[in-house]
Design a protein around this ligand. Structure first.
Ligand code: F6P
Length: 327
């Protein structure tokens, strides 16, 4: 690999609270090592259009506590083509960048692997997604903030559920994984949690809801992970009135949506993002690339990026069991 002199840093895919804290950590750690840092705006799209700006200590002041990403983000279709990636690689070389820190989810890391494999860049990934679905880290940047935001909303809905003796179906994000739903469901004491990892058909969900009703629950909260498996809360809601067991049910659906992606990062996310940003730069300095840095059992761990996006992080069965026992 060419000598490490300039690191490009970018965020891509869904924004996650704590991405700014990570950009700050990458920038400051690299500057301490005497390296130049180039911020790439709008993720892979900005790489293709050459939207680069040198980052100084001051350019990352006062961003630690903010949500979103100062570098902007996006999902680029052009980068999915070889021609798009070739253009991105040319622009990076022209800007003197030979190493990259990619902050994002599995799509971002997949893109980084392609840059490494096809064009020889040294890349290190930082897991940044509220979904927490990346293999190789116990938690990803943004997850803690997202679950606290969702929990705050669910607690508020509980007041109405209780006052009106209603059943609420609350849909949370997570793409095709249930980490957000499980954490929020446990935290909110949801009477039922529906996650794709434990695929249930609509009939078994209806049976469990009927059971809940017969236990004289005057109000109930069901937390449902979005995703392809059951098509979310609306589909379940539409199936209930057709069943005579639910004729008297007072039912409402709330889809929390993008509120879960915004807001100031929690202390936990700020610390995690700072640790990971620093670890990413140190990894490049030590000559370890094509890896994602994560935190496993409290310690920084490097996992080959190809392994991260090819393996599936699974929900801990004990946690699922725990929810079933106490909720
Ligand atoms: O990956 C983060 C996430 O918020 C998912 O939970 C959700 O399915 C998706 O992004 C939504 O993406 P978009 O903001 O592009 O609609």
């Amino acid at each position: 690999m060419a000598q490490l002199t300039r690191i490009g840093v970018y965020t891509s895919g869904g924004d996650a609270p704590g991405m700014n804290a990570c950009i700050r950590a990458v920038t400051r750690r690299a500057l301490v090592a005497g390296l130049k840092v180039i911020g790439i705006r709008r993720g892979y799209a900005g790489m293709i259009s050459g939207e680069f700006a040198e980052m100084g200590r001051q350019s990352v002041s006062n961003i630690l506590q903010t949500g979103g990403t100062i570098l902007k983000s996006g999902r680029s279709t052009e980068f999915r083509t070889k021609a798009g990636r070739l253009q991105a690689a040319k622009n990076l070389r022209n800007a003197g960048i030979n190493a990259l820190v990619a902050i994002g989810g599995d799509g971002t890391l997949h893109g980084a692997t392609l840059l490494a494999e096809e064009h020889g860049f040294a890349v290190v990934g930082c897991p940044g997604t509220i979904d927490n679905d990346l293999y190789g880290t116990d938690e990803s940047i943004g997850f803690d903030t997202a679950i606290n935001t969702a929990l705050d909303s669910i607690d508020k809905i509980r007041d109405t559920a209780d006052a009106h003796e209603r059943l609420f179906l609350i849909e949370v994000m997570g793409r095709d994984s249930g980490f957000i739903a499980l954490a929020c469901g446990i935290g909110a004491g949801a009477e039922l949690i529906v996650v794709p990892e434990q695929l249930e058909d609509i009939e078994s969900i209806k049976d469990r809801l009927a059971e809940l009703m017969s236990e004289k629950h005057r109000s109930s909260i069901v937390v449902i992970a979005e995703g392809p498996s059951l098509n979310g809360a609306q589909t379940i809601a539409q199936a209930l009135p057709r069943d005579e067991r639910f004729q008297d049910l007072d039912l409402r659906v709330t889809v929390l949506g993008h509120v879960q992606r915004g807001g100031a990062p929690t202390a936990r996310d700020r610390v995690l993002a700072t640790r990971l940003g620093v670890a990413a730069v140190e990894s490049l300095i030590e000559g370890h690339s094509n890896v994602m840095v994560g935190v496993v059992d409290g310690k920084i761990k490097r996992t080959p990026i190809a392994e991260v996006w090819s393996r599936r992080k699974s929900i801990d069965q004990t946690t699922l069991e725990l929810a079933r026992m106490v909720n």
